[in-house]
Write a protein that binds this ligand. Structure first.
Ligand SMILES: [Zn+2]
Length: 353
């Protein structure tokens, strides 16, 4: 028998009776656990046609906290495809417009907008502790970057993509195949990490209509909910092809030569009381004289040419250097890779202990 929503796990902002009534029909679905959704955090990377529809479905299903990350602003062309945008949103950051629309749609939802590229918007500790990371990106390069960051902290990843008349949902679990395993070496080099020696980023070369995005998002969200419920959901790729009236699964093979499998040893991470809103000097006070603390994104004026935090003004905030919330800051000793360690930034307003 499916669980009924309980008072314990309902968001404080939502009156209990209203919440129980809202999710009453879910309780009739075998395997549904409303509490698991209420307590869950899902990170949605990319808030375009796929991302908005996915976020909407997750929010209305009852996922309690959504982190929405996208560096772009809403433009006119998004209005025919984005489920959450109105003409009044044109020019506004996509993540902020989507978060506002979702909060209006689902009172009690905690929707956090990150108007930034992935490596500046969502820290590695946030990816590690999320219940689910969903990739709704539109380029191979961005997916390679997200895959690398998820793998660094052992986070699973649900990725979706569309083509003009169909879509694909890819379920990657820690230790299994990753998105990069299915790429050629040349494709893997197209990471859009600002610090990488990347080839020019390949932009999406085609679009998909709103119905195709919605279809793919619905498939993605169905998979996401089953993962959150702990129901059987095999890793691999599902192709959804409306033209032929089919959907089918493909195995994803782990490539032992794939270079995206590097993992940060959990024992090399120390928590700090410094948050991304904190000062560079506060963080550097935790670093020994022969150690160098690094950002993941280059900074500097007039050109961003360094990632060494000691090159920044001590009173600059880490966030102003595009350091993400709850980031893991690499600390290296030149010539001694065995001493590489990571400082975990605290959540804003909550010093780590
Ligand atoms: Zn791989």
């Amino acid at each position: 028998m499916a669980d009924r929503p309980s008072a314990r796990a309902l968001p404080d902002e939502l009156p209990q009776e209203e919440a129980v009534t809202r999710y009453r029909r879910h309780a009739e679905i075998p395997g549904w656990h409303q509490d698991a959704l209420t307590e869950a955090t899902a990170v949605v990377i990319g808030v375009g046609a796929l991302g908005t529809e996915t976020a909407r479905l997750l929010a209305q299903a009852g996922v309690g906290r959504l982190v929405l990350c996208d560096p772009d602003d809403v433009d006119e062309s998004n209005l025919s495809r984005g489920a959450l945008f109105t003409p009044a949103d044109v020019g506004r950051p996509k993540a902020e417009a989507a978060a506002a629309a979702l909060t209006a749609l689902v009172p009690g939802l905690r929707a956090e907008a990150r108007h930034a590229e992935l490596s500046a918007g969502v820290g590695l500790a946030e990816l590690r502790s999320a219940d689910l990371v969903l990739s709704c990106l539109d380029s191979i390069a961005a997916r390679v970057s997200l895959t690398r960051r998820c793998t660094l902290v052992g986070a699973g990843l649900l990725d979706a993509g569309t083509h003009p008349w169909g879509g694909e949902v890819r379920h990657y679990v820690p230790g299994g195949a990753c998105f990069g395993c299915g790429l050629t070496p040349a494709e893997r080099e197209t990471a859009d990490d600002p610090w990488s020696c990347a080839r020019p980023v390949a932009a999406a070369s085609h679009g998909a209509s709103a119905p195709v995005s919605a279809l793919t998002a619905a498939w993605l969200t169905t998979t996401a909910l089953r993962v959150l419920f702990g129901l059987p959901e095999p890793a691999g790729i599902t192709r959804v092809e409306p033209v032929s009236g089919t959907a089918y699964r493909l195995a994803a093979e782990r490539d032992p030569d794939c270079p995206l499998h590097e993992r940060i040893a959990p024992g090399s991470v120390s928590r700090t009381p410094v948050a991304a809103g904190g000062r560079v000097g506060e963080l550097l006070a935790l670093v020994a004289a022969d150690e160098i603390a690094l950002g993941w994104n280059p900074f500097g004026t007039p050109l961003p040419t360094t990632i060494r935090l000691r090159d920044a003004a001590p009173d600059a905030t880490l966030a102003s250097l595009r350091v993400a919330p709850r980031e893991l800051i690499p600390v290296v000793v030149p010539g001694d890779p065995a001493r590489t360690r990571y400082l975990e930034l605290a959540a804003e307003g909550e010093g780590n202990r």
